[in-house]
Write a protein that binds this ligand. Sequence first.
Ligand code: AMX
Length: 433
Amino acid sequence: MGLKDVLKKKIDEHRPRIAKLTKEFGDVKLGEVTIGQAIGGARSVKCLVTDISYLDPVEGIRFRGLTIPEVMEKLPKPKGKDYPYVEGFWYFLLTGDVPTMAQAEEVVEDFKKRAQVPQYVIDVLRAMPRDTHPMTMLSAAVVAMQRESKFAKFYAEGFNKMTAWESMYEDSCDLLAKLPEIAAYIYRMKYKGDTPIASDMSLDFGGNFAHMMGIPAPYDDVARMYFVLHSDHESGNVSAHTTHLVASALSDAYYSLSAGLNGLAGPLHGLANQEVLGWIQDVYAKLGGKVPTKEDLKKFLWDTLNSGQVIPGYGHAVLRKTDPRYTSQREYCQKYLPEDELFKVVAMIYDVAPDILMEHGKAKNPWPNVDAQSGVIQWFYGLREYDFYTVLFGVGRAIGVLANITWDRALGYPIERPKSVTTDMLEAAAGIK
Ligand code: AMX
């Protein structure tokens, strides 16, 4: 059975569970909402459902029940490579089953048929001023392709709730398969003297991306690792939630992903990884262009905090421990670039920042998140244009959010519409008015 057939079976099995919960247990309470949560970004309010990933505050992310090390170990890998096929990971996120090598390779072949980027998308990119942020370019390229949407056509021709997921799935595969070329095109056009490299259809998603970026091995494995790590972080983060929200209006995958990418472009979300590297280099330059002493670094961190800035790459809205995505990349660095000066600075920040943040007493989580490590690896392999880093995050994040909106349609989730209240109402609830 191919991926779509397996997915269909899973959807048929899953639907009665949701129907039963809604029909028989719809009034069961999951929690209460406080004034603090209503004002404070709905933090910890349990009102989203996803089976693609779950974020435990202490343990970190599990994809379909597997930890990051388990995913990296169990999923099929291209021959001679250390990290799994992105295509196999897509199979895994959609179905919850670890694919066999043959199943993963079937998706690799399927993606190749979908991968060619229409010329008008290239024209759109080329028409934009070259100093446009690459996230703006990525988002624009995605929404420009909306005319390709099979879901939008399906809707226009007479919508059927039971089969709507099929065209959402088709759009998601079409879109995902094109992202490596779009991202690499933006990179080579914008930063490498307008020298795009043609796609090599003999390669998988990660391999072809590295090839089109013009960066030799092991960057293909870095790409696979990076895309898997950034794919999903349950549903409440800005990019995942935005994609889900927009898709809930029956907007197609192109509209929805483009919106999610716009959220990812914010400095408190995906843009943080660009900011982290800039900041680490600032630390490095300001402290004498060498790995600083711990004392100098501590002072620098305190100066950062005392000037009202955050320590980039530290803290998290949900996590309360070191992010396992950080750990995974740290292990990569320890293996492949242990002597790299920037990595040494990053490692030293890890030694001193948590204690300082604890003493500072504001951040609920003093531990590093994924972004504290990512840039260093990219820099090491020559990808030094750090405003591009969020694009890499965006390609990875697309895997998770597209899997989610395919399931959203499969389970017929309705349009999202939380209720708002006024400040007067909050004061009345608080008993102060
Ligand atoms: N350095 C200094 N102060 C921090 C901090 C940090 N790294 N992280 C949080 N704080 C502060 C907050 O600014 C807030 O201060 P305030 O009360 O004066 O507004 C206070 O601690 C409480 O915040 P919180 O509940 O711990 O965090 P949050 O859920 O509001 O925000 C996050 C989470 C990630 C935005 C925040 O920790 C932050 O700004 N970190 C630095 C930027 C960063 O690394 N972002 C990447 C996140 C991962 C991702 O999406 N890619």
